[in-house]
Design a protein. Structure first.
Lengths: 169, 169
DNA sequence: GTAATCGTCTGTGAAACACCAACTATTTAT
DNA sequence: ATAAATAGTTGGTGTTTCACAGACGATTAC
């Protein structure tokens, strides 16, 4: 699964030169700022930030079992159940039994789910404007593209594919 | 590399057209993945992810009062106290009373604090490699630059300034 | 002097988890 | 066919991170 780690053989103490920029803390900081604003915006839609994460992941790479989803979201599978229960109760996702392995529940976005996700994303425009105010349009698109690629491992290239779907803004 | 997005002609009433890409959920997702890995790496250093966020913010824009810090981190000021207590107990920050307004505690990174932060960032290299594995070196630098600018509002442009400081890796 | 502000401390409660144990349905191995 | 492993579900426990409220001392502003 993770087959890169081949490079930079560390022959000295410093694998990297002086410019060691870690994005972790910044990621944390911005995610928090965004989440705080998202909560109030998402509440009327009956969603919480973590639901949105799940929906987003499902849109990007749907049709996975719950185990796989737990791996992607890095959450305990028992807690995934509750999360999906919420979403299924609202009919935003569907659990179908896999024909190949009937133990497995294949989780997928419903039409309603995709629509609600789009609505949520539109509603979050102002929140994003506040948090990413220092970045212009092109920079935000770049940011999205980088986050998107990082988030889905190495796959996707969904940039174009999605555009066709959520023009229902 | 990222300046394809030129095709989107119709400028309608909306400030934004159909390609509505929200980074919030991705930010959340990646921040979580990073935080999970950071915890184990940071533990031996006596730090937690949220300490690192505070230290990072303080390094970027030190010399602020706690109220201001609460605003930046968007946390309740009563909880800031505990956070700073932790860091002060480890002598990573200092609280000096402001000469102008002696009610105010000006918070600043100590030398130890800056060093510890650098150490932590170095230690987080492998965590970042895992989470941002899909991005190459240049892309990660771009990401850092974007996050950094967004995080500090509109100021800073610290990219070069910091390099000179934390080469003590 | 009185009022407002900054920081501190204490405590309460909610939410998001991780983790454990038990159970069902189903598949795979022997 | 029987046993073992796997996917999901349910219920429960405990921890951590918060937001929020109340009260206090120190300091400043009016």
């Amino acid at each position: 699964m993770f087959r890169r780690l081949g490079r930079l053989g560390h022959m000295s103490a410093q694998p990297l030169d002086s410019s060691e920029h870690r994005s972790g803390a910044l990621l944390d900081h911005l995610a928090r700022r965004m989440r705080l604003r998202s909560e109030s915006v998402l509440a009327p839609l009956g969603l919480r930030p973590r639901h949105l994460v799940a929906l987003t992941v499902l849109r990007a790479g749907g049709g996975t079992g719950q185990q796989a989803l737990a791996t992607i979201l890095e959450m305990d599978s028992t807690n995934i159940v509750g999360l999906l229960n919420d979403l299924e109760a609202k009919q935003l996702i569907e659990r179908r039994r896999s024909p190949e392995d009937r133990r497995r529940h294949v989780v997928e976005l419903t039409e309603d789910g995709a629509k609600r996700l789009s609505e949520a994303e539109c509603a979050l425009a102002s929140a994003e404007d506040e948090v990413l105010g220092a970045l212009d349009r092109t920079e935000r698109e770049t940011l999205y593209e980088l986050l998107s690629r990082a988030s889905t491992g190495t796959a996707v290239t969904c940039t174009e594919a999605i555009c066709a779907t959520d023009d229902t803004c």
